[in-house]
Design a protein around this ligand. Structure first.
Ligand code: GDP
Ligand code: MG
Length: 477
């Protein structure tokens, strides 16, 4: 069962509380039954599910509780808390230190997704501004180096490997030494796997680990084996000093619930999850936001991280202008650039309350990006006067010749330009209301200076801004 289904089912079970006129034992039990059935269908271990039910029941005292609204909230909160517990390994995960040379070694069975995940992790840190590289120490699988090289080249990540050297210990050592000398901050070492947990694999793993002394050993776990994850994770942890786990293939029809709760049960901190074959299909794993997102409650923390990650150019000037009701075409261009920098739309959408993870399909995502790019191309043909006017649309309506010039310059029809201007007017109104993307998150930590109700308002505005209908309008050509 797909994780999104699980989220939907639990959300619907929780919603049944709001529909009930009174909350009594019967209603509570029915809701819990629904939640537990969904968890079992998602392959979560029956013992863990039972525990969850008992914990919720013991946390709730229906007699003691006051008004209906409060009851619902408390019950929903108790269920949420227990769901978090289910995927929380209760161990703080290792994180790299900026300015240091962090060596990260990957281990796991063949086909679990090591090479793919190495590239994803490298790409993730590179995007965040870390000096990142990849080393291929897999000499077991034919074509292993080519695979890593291809991924690394595509993402422009420096890499190291050899077609002739057969000793993984030598390659790993040479690569790490080279990149350490060049002051790389994130040095990721991919190793070979075997089809089974064999002694020879563990032997090789230990030798490589001893030679390069990694700061973090990441065990890559394929979610498709479901609850069996627990035994496998334990076996690897017993042999090498596994410090973190990345669970892959949580897209598709993986028994996601089983895998995540099984790994968590081994007290192994899950640091990321893989949700597809593409280099972007990768998300930091934090228990609470993960459950929020699963239940369609959004992942505000992740969204803030994303926005902070962008290191948007200081938007003070824009915010100042917006206060005076000014928003130019150039401002819109820059906002589009920010949206593009945020990465895949679907990931962003998934972080917004009310939007499911699978809200937008890949096809749509690429389409939206293409539309955005087209709009930017049109604006590329505008001159400074047009871009910087506080009423860009007016400049064009006063002198329609400008529309023809821009259309010709960007290879589109005049209608396209006109629609862009219409969209600009709408967008300007909306952005003025919300104060710009960075404005929302001014000062970095918004939880400190934003109240609960303001936060809710911001969420709403953010959701509006990312509203697919708005996106659709933006480039309806
Ligand atoms: P390795 O043998 O451990 O290095 O595994 P690979 O990185 O070569 O991956 C094996 C297969 O799993 C490849 O076809 C990958 O594209 C695929 N794969 C890896 N991670 C994911 C994921 O998160 N989702 C999906 N759907 N496929 C994945
Ligand atoms: Mg590999």
């Amino acid at each position: 069962m797909v994780l999104a289904d699980l989220g939907r089912k639990i959300t619907s079970a929780l919603r049944s509380l709001s529909n009930a006129t009174i909350i009594n034992e019967e209603v509570l039990n029915a809701m819990l039954k629904e939640v537990c059935t969904a968890l079992l269908e998602a392959d979560v271990n029956i013992k863990l599910v039972k525990q969850l039910r008992e914990n919720v029941k013991s946390a709730i005292d229906l007699e003691e509780m006051a008004s209906g609204l409060n009851k619902r909230k408390m019950i929903q909160h108790a269920v949420f808390k227990e769901l978090v517990k289910l995927v929380d390994p209760g161990v703080k995960a290792w994180t790299p230190t900026k300015g240091k040379q962090n060596v990260i070694m990957f281990v796991g069975l063949q086909g679990s997704g090591k090479t793919t995940t190495c590239s994803k992790l490298a790409y993730y840190y590179q995007r965040k501004g870390w000096k990142t590289c990849l080393i291929c120490a897999d000499t077991f699988r034919a074509g292993a180096f080519d695979q890593l090289k291809q991924n690394a080249t595509k993402a422009r990540i420096p890499f190291y490997g050899s077609y002739t050297e057969m000793d993984p210990v030598i390659i790993a050592s040479e690569g790490v030494e080279k990149f350490k000398n060049e002051n790389f901050e994130i040095i990721i070492v991919d190793t070979s796997g075997r089809h089974k947990q064999e002694d020879s694999l563990f032997e090789e793993m230990l030798q490589v680990a001893n030679a390069i002394q990694p700061d973090n050993i990441v065990y890559v776990m394929d979610a498709s084996i479901g609850q069996a994850c627990e035994a496998q994770a334990k076996a690897f942890k017993d042999k090498v000093d596994v410090a973190s786990v990345i669970v892959t293939k949580l897209d598709g029809h993986a028994k996601g619930g089983g895998a995540l709760s099984a790994v968590a049960a081994t007290k192994s901190p899950i640091i990321f999850i893989g949700t597809g074959e593409h280099i972007d299909d990768f998300e930091p794993f934090k228990t609470q936001p993960f459950i929020s997102k699963l239940l369609g409650m959004g992942d505000i923390e992740g969204l803030i991280d994303k926005v902070n990650e962008l290191k948007l150019d200081d938007n003070e000037a824009l915010i100042e202008k917006l206060k005076h009701g000014q928003f130019t075409l150039r401002d819109m261009y820059e906002q589009f650039q920010n949206i593009m920098k945020m990465g895949p739309f679907s990931q962003i959408l998934g972080m917004i309350p009310g939007f499911g993870t699978d809200f937008m399909s890949k096809g749509n995502e690429q389409e939206s990006m293409a539309r955005l790019k087209k709009l930017m191309t049109i604006m590329d043909s505008m001159n400074d006067q047009e871009l910087d006017s506080t009423d860009g649309a007016k400049v064009f309506s006063k002198q329609p010749g400008r529309i023809q010039r821009v259309a010709r310059g960007s290879g589109v029809s005049t209608r396209d330009v006109q629609e862009l201007l219409t969209q600009y007017t709408k967008f300007a109104q909306m952005v003025k209301k919300m104060g710009g993307i960075k404005g929302l998150f001014k000062g970095g930590d918004m939880s400190k200076n934003v109240s609960q109700s303001q936060m809710a308002k911001l969420n709403q505005q953010m959701a509006k801004m990312m509203d697919p209908r708005v996106l659709h309008h933006m480039g309806k050509y």
